[in-house]
Design a protein. Structure first.
Lengths: 390, 375
């Protein structure tokens, strides 16, 4: 276990499924060099199959005795989806054969993928379940859970996966990884991806180069719905401790996998159902059992707390919980500069300097990484001459 | 055989007899480097590297290769530590070798009905590796055959069907590490259900964890092999492996003492039938699986192919002094179930979980002879 643990809370009542987080992550990390198919951050519609398809049924994690369960490696074609190009030239007549293709005798000059995809991220977007007018769905954004007990780490025979002491971020040592993909199978959230270009596995790095500069991960930074809170689990002045420990309204996803995930969710409330006469009833549209499967048995209790506090706020009474969740001030959603509450040795030279009290926007290309050998290696190949903008 | 060594130091009473016997054996074989080499050859443990005039061929289909007889080596499914092989049958691999003043080329050929050349999501390429002890020769213990062990590292020449060749070093499970290139090159050909791969390197290597070969000084070099069948998802420890064999450079110098030390010829003959019954009587089956063992278990390493993979003197040592060579544990659980461990940390020292057995020399050799039949 690491000395401290960074965590993220996502308020699902505020997620509008806009994918700004997905794009922030993709542009920062995964739009090149064998990562095109990867979404370190994705937003999926629930109920739904998710991304990669049926990840919840793909095994991995731990059994009741704490032993690793067998897991599967998803298929690129069927589960992740092959990234495709659109036939701009043919359809819009911009290419050398374009004019011919789109105007002279071609039956389907529509804009479409060059190759017919059979799956992809968000393949079942907004489908949800239920019959009109009681249909329902919500969005579930997912990143690596940076688990306290990471099964990926347990599955790697080469100790290529490690958990950082100072903040609990789980990383893959790119020099040690040989692309065996045991970790891909072992992760029950399927948040490790094999890079076929570099022959190594990769994953969400919780934007550690940004964290080291006191910045939240790109996904959280770009979230227009202000749903993502970031900070240390043990920081009682930060939003994470308040939401997870004090108010008990943020719950881990599929904790039954036994990995002790460190991304927490405020479960979505849902509108009431209509009866046959078109009248509102007391039933919730999203079945509570469905949410209990995802977020554990305390969902009804969380509902009670959320509804009580919401009522208070409606009556004009103060509510600390609602004030946090509303997130009036963007900068208060992230608290990365707290000093460790242990008297032990400082984490490492790369830790955020004390006294960094407000967010600064620093171009990543200017960051000189003061990190361990492994992380330098990661950056060496990752950066590869590319400069990054925040 | 290696009776003179440290194996018997712990048992002074009996070692005297055996050392005497060994010495007698040694005298009988005096000047018999050739004799021991002959015995090793007879047992199929030697591949002869033929002298070749001119540049060594890297093309697997070069006519020079078809002119020499191969050595045939059996490779066994790796089922001792996770990740284990699901394969149940050994495979055969043909080895040929050519050398000249400066270089060594090894020609490896094995059956693989379906070539796998891609390293993709959930797909793994075929591969082959030659493993060398970094230090070898008279008085130097062979490394543990499964990736070496601490203080006895191994060097590996590794070819993979996605057009990759590299040199690696290891000193135990999980420690395999790519090294700066030592100049090894590879050419491969898949035809009619067979891979043929030639690995070539200069005899000498830069300083570092590499194998140095000098036939004029040491013409008998230990090596082991591993093969991966990518089509069925083999990678990592899920592979076929061979025990230590010896590359004999036909015009090289063979140290008779060394050849003798590699040849298993104990002064007392064990009886494998008696050894088999001892396996039950002594409780070996409680922790080890082997053909006909009462219940499958993962507490100790699976012995199904112990005789094929391990040296007899390694087997002997493992029974007599289980902690003599501590094979490093796989650091993690891999897939699946609880983490396997074959040793415990006692007062800062790694100690095997296997108890030392209070048995006679005859029983010891009966056990070894039984284990030798497991291949």
């Amino acid at each position: 276990m690491s000395k401290r643990q960074l965590a993220m809370v996502m308020d699902l009542n505020k997620c509008i499924g806009c994918q700004a987080c997905t794009m922030a992550c993709k542009i920062q990390w995964t739009n090149r060099n064998g990562r095109d198919y990867m979404y370190w951050n994705n937003v999926e519609t629930m109920p739904g199959k998710g991304y990669p398809k049926d990840w919840q049924e793909s095994g991995g994690g731990f059994d009741a005795n704490g032993n690793l369960r067998p897991g599967q490696i998803p298929s690129l074609e069927k589960d992740y989806g092959v990234p495709f190009d659109l036939n701009y030239e043919k359809a819009l007549g911009t290419g050398p054969q374009g004019q011919e293709a789109s105007f002279q005798g071609v039956k389907n000059p529509w804009l479409r993928p060059e190759t017919e995809p059979i799956s992809g991220p968000n393949w079942d977007e907004d489908e949800g379940e239920g019959e009109y007018p009681n249909s329902y769905y919500f969005y579930l954004p997912r990143i690596c859970n940076h688990c306290t007990n990471p099964p990926c780490l347990q599955a790697c025979p080469r100790q290529a996966i490690y958990k950082r002491e100072d903040n609990g971020i789980v990383l893959i040592d790119q020099d040690r990884c040989r692309g065996y993909q045991h970790c891909v199978a072992a992760c029950p959230y399927k948040k490790i991806y094999f890079n076929p270009l570099f022959n190594r596995s990769e994953k969400c790095i919780f934007c550690f180069p940004r964290i080291e500069q006191g910045l939240p991960p790109a996904c959280a930074s770009q979230c227009v719905g202000r749903i993502r809170f970031v900070g240390y689990m043990d920081d009682q002045d930060g939003p994470i401790w308040k939401l997870v420990t004090k108010w008990n309204v943020a719950l881990p996803l599929r904790a039954d996998y036994g990995t002790q995930p460190n991304v927490y969710y405020v479960p979505p409330l849902s509108p009431p159902k209509y009866n046959e006469r078109g009248e509102l009833t007391a039933d919730r549209r999203i079945p509570t059992e469905f949410l209990i499967k995802l977020f554990g048995p305390t969902v009804p209790e969380v509902y009670r707390i959320l509804e009580t506090e919401r009522e208070k706020k409606r009556r004009g009474e103060p509510s600390e919980l609602m004030d946090i969740l509303i997130a009036y001030r963007y900068e208060e959603m992230f608290k990365l500069d707290a000093k460790p509450d242990t008297t032990g040795s400082p984490d490492r030279s790369g830790a955020v300097p004390a006294g960094t009290s407000k967010l600064q926007i620093i171009p990543i290309s200017a960051i000189k990484l003061r990190t361990s050998k492994q992380e330098e290696a990661f950056n060496k190949y990752e950066m590869g001459g590319t400069s990054f903008a925040v | 055989m290696r009776w003179e060594g440290h194996h018997l130091r712990s048992k002074p009473g009996l070692s005297l007899v055996l050392v005497l016997l060994a010495l007698l054996g040694g005298v009988a074989k005096a000047g018999g480097g050739g004799e021991s080499l002959g015995a090793l050859k007879k047992k199929g443990e030697v591949v002869t590297a033929r002298w070749h005039l001119g540049t060594l061929p890297t093309d697997p289909s070069n006519a020079a290769w078809s002119r020499i007889e191969p050595g045939e080596i059996r490779l066994y499914p790796q089922i001792m530590v996770r990740p284990k092989s699901a394969a149940r049958e050994p495979i055969a691999l043909r080895v040929k070798a050519l050398y000249n003043q400066t270089d060594l080329a090894i020609h490896l050929e094995w059956a693989d009905g379906q070539q796998a050349t891609q390293h993709q999501i959930g797909r793994f390429p075929d591969a082959v590796a030659v493993q060398w002890p970094i230090r070898y020769g008279p008085g130097i213990e062979l490394p543990y055959v499964g990736m070496g062990h601490v203080e006895h590292p191994v060097a590996l020449w590794f070819w993979r069907a996605d057009d990759r060749v590299e040199t690696l070093a290891a000193e135990g499970f999980g420690s395999l590490t790519t090294q700066p290139p030592d100049g090894v090159e590879a050419k491969a050909l898949w035809e009619q259900g067979r891979w043929r791969v030639v690995l070539k390197r200069s005899l000498t290597a830069p300083p570092g964890p590499y194998v140095q070969i000098n036939p004029a000084m040491a013409g008998l070099v230990p090596f082991a092999l591993a093969v991966w069948n990518g089509e069925v998802g083999q990678r990592d420890g899920d592979k076929f492996l061979a025990g230590w064999h010896y590359l004999h450079f036909e015009q090289g110098k063979v140290d008779p003492q060394y050849a003798m030390s590699l040849d298993w010829s104990p002064p007392i003959r064990g009886n494998p039938e008696v050894g088999k019954s001892l396996m039950l009587k002594l409780g070996c089956a409680a922790c080890h699986s082997y053909p006909g063992s009462p219940t499958p278990t993962e507490i100790g390493p699976d012995l199904t192919y112990a005789g094929g993979i391990h040296q007899p003197d390694y087997l002997l040592e493992s029974i007599q002094r289980p902690s003599a060579v501590i094979v490093p544990d796989v650091p993690t659980a891999v897939c699946c179930g609880p983490r396997q461990t074959f040793s415990t940390l006692t007062q800062g020292k790694r100690v095997s979980i296997m108890p030392a057995l209070q048995i006679s020399d005859q029983e010891l050799l009966d056990l070894v002879e039984y284990l030798r039949t497991l291949h």
